[in-house]
Design a protein around this ligand. Structure first.
Ligand code: SF4
Length: 256
């Protein structure tokens, strides 16, 4: 159970991480209309809270919360509209039966998450266009960023992760991750304290990607043995020496 003092510290750390990412990558700019993607998980509720807090400090941007109702059996469709109406947050619920498509198209024994995420992303981009937003905000946090880095390193042979800000390949959308510097355990503690009405993602019965679970466990074990290692690894993502790597596209070795 969180004490008042510990939750205060947790909230301070979350706000600090949020503002650091916002300032370093200019995630909020005057006149922005930001689509806050709300899945009903702890991360997205926390992200929405951070934006509401930011709106008290900066009055020059708008937000609209968007949830995709994927028509999973048992999806409690009243939860988010009630929650958002109570907060007075403008919102849109997009109803698309991606659940049936994913069930139909995923081969037996495979996890459905990658196709589900792809379809969800497509729907969110279409919604962003319809709403005329300037940015799309996703609730990925520090651990998501590190896990993705290792997944790419171990399984895709590339050094890349989820950036705090990027433009989609078609040039139409700017996607931002304002929680990229926030710790997952802080988010979990905050979500518990705030008693967010969490909607589980796996209503569809799918399992989280196995490799991601393995990487998550690897990082937890490291952190236990070598406290602060995650912080060090995260700092490494901001401290890259192209001249001491092997990618000739990012460093011109002919000039050495
Ligand atoms: S657990 Fe289910 S709803 Fe969540 S991403 Fe995977 S397939 Fe989609």
């Amino acid at each position: 159970m969180s004490t008042v003092m510990s939750i205060d510290k947790t909230l301070q750390r979350l706000k600090k991480g949020f503002w650091e990412a916002v300032e370093e990558f200019q995630l909020i700019e005057p006149g922005d209309k930001i689509m806050v993607c709300l899945s009903g998980g702890k991360d997205s509720y926390t992200m929405l809270d951070m934006f509401l807090h930011a709106q008290q400090v900066r009055k020059n941007f708008e937000i609209i919360a968007v949830n995709l109702d994927q028509k999973q059996p048992g999806f409690p469709e009243e939860v988010l509209p009630q929650y958002l109406s109570r907060l007075g947050v403008p919102f849109k619920i997009v109803e698309r039966d991606t659940y049936s498509i994913v069930m139909e198209k995923t081969p037996e024994g495979k996890t459905m998450c990658s196709m589900c995420s792809r379809l969800r992303r497509g729907t969110l981009y279409a919604t962003a266009e319809e709403l005329g937003v300037t940015k799309i905000a996703l609730g990925h946090h520090r651990e998501d960023v590190l896990e993705t880095f290792f997944l790419n390193l171990f399984f895709s042979g590339k050094m890349e992760t989820m950036p705090a800000k990027y433009r989609t390949d078609d040039g139409k959308h700017v996607v931002i991750r304002p929680l990229a510097y926030c710790r997952e355990d802080d988010i979990a503690e905050y979500a518990l304290y705030k008693e967010f009405p969490i909607i589980p993602c796996n209503l569809c019965g799918s399992q989280e990607n196995m490799q991601r679970k393995v990487v998550k466990k690897m990082m937890l074990d490291w952190e236990e043995k070598y406290p602060n290692r995650k912080e060090i690894m995260y700092n490494a993502l901001k401290n890259i020496s192209p001249s001491h790597l092997y990618d000739r596209d990012i460093f011109d070795f002919t000039q050495v």
